[in-house]
Design a protein around this ligand. Sequence first.
Ligand SMILES: C[C@H]1O[C@@H](n2cnc3c(N)ncnc32)[C@H](O)[C@@H]1O
Ligand SMILES: [Zn+2]
Length: 432
Amino acid sequence: MADILIKNAYVLTMDPDLGDLKNGTVVIENGRITEIGKETNENAETIIDAKHSVVMPGLVNTHTHAATTLFRGYADDMQLAEWLERCIWPAEAKVTAEDIYKGSLLACLEMIKSGTTSFADMYFFMDETAKAVELSGLRASLSHGLTELGNKEKGDNDLKEGRRFVRAWQGAAEGRIETMYGPHAPNTCSEEYLAKVREEASRDGARIHIHLLETEAELTEVKEKYGKCSVRLLDDIGFLGPHVLAAHCVWVSDSDMEILRKRGVNISHNVISNMKLASGIAPVHKMLEKGINVSLGTDGCASNNNLDLFEEMKTAALLHKVNTFDPTVLPARQVLEMGTVKGAKALDPETGMLKAGKKADLILVDMRKPHLTPCFDVASHLVYSAKGSDVRTTIVNGKILMDDYKVLALDEQKVMEETQKAVEELVSRVNI
Ligand SMILES: C[C@H]1O[C@@H](n2cnc3c(N)ncnc32)[C@H](O)[C@@H]1O
Ligand SMILES: [Zn+2]
């Protein structure tokens, strides 16, 4: 007998061979999708009637700082450098491991409730985020942020901690946790340091998560220091490859894009964070045209201010249309690909698509809502009309994390109350 049988669903498989199935079924066993089709004779321990719902792959958030839910709305409407240096970093200096645990749990809760089934994170006290991922049931690619900031000793200590974390948690939580190295950015880490991180990562067989050309200031700083931009700098030290996940890539030139394409680098587009911090507009349609793997990220809640990837999909679709004066760029299906298949390609290619053999990371979106009526085209609704709060059921690794709006692994009220309390104490310590 199978574990879960979903029936009477509109199944948006994101598999080009299968397409969408009206009135379809999905069978899940041992954490994987075993069957997809119109009908099945399978019986299952749990049967989900998905009438009036869309079943689709869970969304993949390829760049965030989960625990920064702690700083949601704490410092808005500022320049990135000033925002980091005057507000975020001083606050982060006072944060405890317990705060990070609570902030991460809140992030996991928010992601489960808004249909995100896996995410890539870069932060510190990462054991705490890993514990939150383990408890919540989500899938994640986690890295300890390495910020050298001109201080060799700090760089070495960060690298030591990053290495310890990579080795301690790789494959943990029934294989739901992947660990990565997380050098912060080419303007906060030196060339030698980046080369060292690259070497350590390849020795451990770990992948790398980095911020890349988020701001014009990074472009100028790196050019002044090295006589070339960040992408060339990284390429010249053999840093780039398909094992690299680069967040932002706002200030990339045509020749940078060519390098990123050739090296098979995965890009995380963080459209709302880039808009809020006024970092600029990443040339996403050009990157997609070149065949670069561009997925979506929310960035942290300090610069978004939520983790709702439905908002991210809509905003990405809209911004690139108005930026190019071309309403045909980033159509709904392509944006859905960025939120699912392309994100999965960056984090775990065994997810992101509903297909027999893939890991069972999927969501049910409730279509019986005023703002989703009538329905001509499901893909259009998911990108332009739906919200994270329309997700009614979330399944990761074949386990139901939210069942018809009820989160099973976490006590919602308690998670919110505890984070609120922790933040009040934290803010009284920072005193700015
Ligand atoms: C891992 C480190 O990255 C910082 N951080 C959070 N958001 C951004 C952003 N948009 N750009 C650069 N760094 C950021 C975190 O605050 C932490 O210090
Ligand atoms: Zn970031």
